[in-house]
Design a protein around this ligand. Structure first.
Ligand SMILES: CC(C)(COP(=O)(O)OP(=O)(O)OC[C@H]1O[C@@H](n2cnc3c(N)ncnc32)[C@H](O)[C@@H]1OP(=O)(O)O)[C@@H](O)C(=O)NCCC(=O)NCCS
Length: 203
């Protein structure tokens, strides 16, 4: 094994021979890893074998399941009740928003095609300012499958949403965080605000 690792490996035998590096298998795998990380926009070594990509309409069933899991695991009693009442409406709503270009998502996909986590951005209409309405990106439905937690998946999804929003010249991203989610968002630069809420549903 040690011999194999230090064996010089000439890339000229391979179709990507024009890559400007040579060296041992270890050196080459480090460079390939860095290239792969750049392509998948993550520089976290814990993300090896997982790439972040934009969600497709065909991923919606998984996005809906992740939202369900999120509420079941991290929702308050009132949030669980609300989800229970409204969950049938979520998929058609998300699909229509998706098609209208107001809903997008990112999924973390493993090399085996498992969707290990996801997060969505809803371009919701904000307050009316002068004659036009502002659009506010709102991050929602962040969920990482239990077996994949602590590997930077949620952080990479949030970073993708931030990057996308910056590119589109949005100035703020909003979200409501669960206790578990707070650390992820804080790490990505989100600040807590003083929003308050009164629940008017009958108890
Ligand atoms: C919150 C959640 C999405 C995090 O997913 P993840 O892929 O494990 O997150 P990351 O690996 O990117 O973690 C980012 C940081 O948050 C911290 N963190 C993650 N989960 C945490 C938890 N349960 N408690 C405390 N801190 C946590 C980690 O320490 C990590 O910091 P580090 O990278 O410096 O170690 C996941 O735990 C989850 O799906 N929870 C249930 C649903 C939920 O609460 N979603 C958030 C809705 S707002």
């Amino acid at each position: 094994m040690a011999r194999l690792q230090h064996q010089s490996f000439n890339l000229h035998r391979f179709p990507f021979a024009s890559l400007p590096f040579q060296g041992s298998i270890v050196e080459q795998s480090i460079v390939l890893q860095a290239l792969w990380n750049r392509m998948t926009r993550s520089n976290d070594h814990r993300m090896v074998g997982v790439r972040i990509r934009r969600a497709r309409v065909s991923d919606l069933p998984v996005l809906v399941r992740h939202r369900h899991e999120m509420w079941m695991e991290a929702g308050t009693k009132a949030q669980k009740q609300r989800w229970d009442r409204d969950k049938g409406k979520y998929a058609p709503w998300a699909r229509s928003q998706f098609r209208a270009g107001r809903f997008l998502g990112w999924v973390a996909e493993t090399d085996n095609g498992v969707l290990a986590g996801s997060g969505c951005l809803w371009l919701r209409l904000g307050h009316r300012v002068a004659k036009s309405r502002t659009v506010q990106p709102y991050l929602l439905s962040m969920y990482t499958e239990k077996g994949f937690r602590g590997r930077g998946i949620a952080s990479a999804i949030v970073e993708s949403a931030i990057k996308w929003s910056k590119k589109k010249n949005f100035r703020t991203i909003f979200l409501h965080a669960t206790t578990q989610g707070r650390r992820v968002y804080a790490k990505c630069g989100f600040k807590r605000t003083g929003e308050m809420r009164l629940d008017l549903t009958p108890r």
